[in-house]
Write a new protein. Structure first.
Length: 331
């Protein structure tokens, strides 16, 4: 006689037969056990043991996607490096708010980005055949940077990234711990705590943070491999509100500084680069443009242009006019 087990899988009730392994369940959902990570009753199940671990009645399982991969760029004249990985493009783009994955992929291609940031998501168990981002943006060509979007505590963020690491072997991750839904401003106490724990566990956290030079230094001391101050609230498109602080963070940091959030248009991205940032991360400015693919191209040019201007060194500003042609020797 078959005994049925009652499970909760990704928040939904589900039944299984006694004696089934977690790998059996995953396969039965139409998923490849080699491409997911599973948490059972709060603990990550090592992928190598999914076939041995039997399901128990009342188990709570969380199954997340495998994505991962990406390759480093060969070194050239103006690359940047984070945690030992080198990239040519200084633009990191998000993967939210697009009409569909195809539009997202076209925008990524137009942006020239080599890194996309992705929220770690539960597998859709009701329709495992539903398209996945990895069907459109090839993880063998573009580096996936898992992020902790939607996490409001250090524990939530750490748990999310542990699952991401199990799913795709990622260690380079983007940490964001939000303080409240209204402003989506980072909770710096929780962010610092999560950074310390993640760094001790061998993660390489790129950290979304307030535009605060002291907090930035503390994050670096705690093990952040990149500092990512907001330019303005996430999704606001207000541009860089506090140039002075971004500049101070850049001056004080030994790790790359990238503006993350609040960019609205191309000139904002250029300003970030002119301030000496190593790069810019953006999502809404591209995804919510009338023509996202054209805006992605504009952002590529803006980041390159701002970077070139920074490297060229701007002229000094003056209080008074200075003639372009010499005044001496006039007829
Ligand atoms: C911190 C965070 O969540 C950002 O990565 C965000 O997704 C990008 O912000 P914008 O949408 O304002 O570019």
């Amino acid at each position: 006689m078959t005994t049925h087990l009652s499970l909760i899988v990704n928040g939904e009730p589900r039944r299984a037969s006694a004696g089934q392994s977690i790998a059996d369940l995953v396969t039965g959902l139409g998923l490849n056990p080699a491409k997911v990570a599973v948490e059972r009753n709060g603990d990550i199940v090592p992928r190598a043991t999914l076939a041995q671990v039997l399901l128990g009645d009342g188990d709570h399982l969380e199954i997340v996607h495998f994505v991962g991969g990406g390759e480093d760029a060969p070194a050239d004249q103006d690359t940047w490096t984070v945690a030992g990985r080198t990239f040519r493009s200084r633009l990191i783009v998000g993967t939210g708010k697009y009409k569909d994955f195809a539009q997202n992929a076209a925008a990524v291609a137009a942006s020239g980005a080599e890194i996309v940031t992705v929220a770690v998501r539960r597998v859709n168990i009701s329709d495992p055949t539903a398209p996945m981002l990895t069907d459109f943006i090839d993880p063998a060509k573009i580096t996936y940077l898992p992020n902790t979007a939607g996490c409001f505590t250090a524990e939530d963020a750490i748990r999310t990234l542990r699952l991401a690491r199990e799913a795709g072997g990622w260690d380079l991750v983007k940490l964001e711990v939000l303080g409240e839904a209204r402003t989506l401003y980072p909770d710096m106490r929780e962010t610092l705590r999560a950074t310390e724990i993640l760094a001790k566990e061998g993660f390489l956290p790129m950290v979304y943070c307030a535009d605060d030079p002291i907090a930035a230094r503390q994050l670096e001391e705690a093990g952040a491999v990149a500092i990512m101050p907001l330019g303005a609230p996430i999704g606001s498109g207000l541009g860089i509100q506090n140039r002075v602080m971004i500049r101070l963070i850049v001056e004080g940091a030994k790790v790359p500084v990238l503006v993350d959030a609040g960019v609205g248009t191309a000139s904002d991205a250029a300003v970030a680069m002119e301030l000496g940032c190593e790069g810019v991360l953006m999502n809404t400015a591209i995804a919510e443009a009338k023509d996202p693919v054209l805006m992605a191209h504009a952002m590529k040019l803006a980041v390159e242009s701002g970077r070139a201007a920074y490297r060229a060194g701007r002229m000094p500003t003056r209080r008074y006019a200075d003639p372009s042609s010499p005044l001496a020797g006039l007829i």
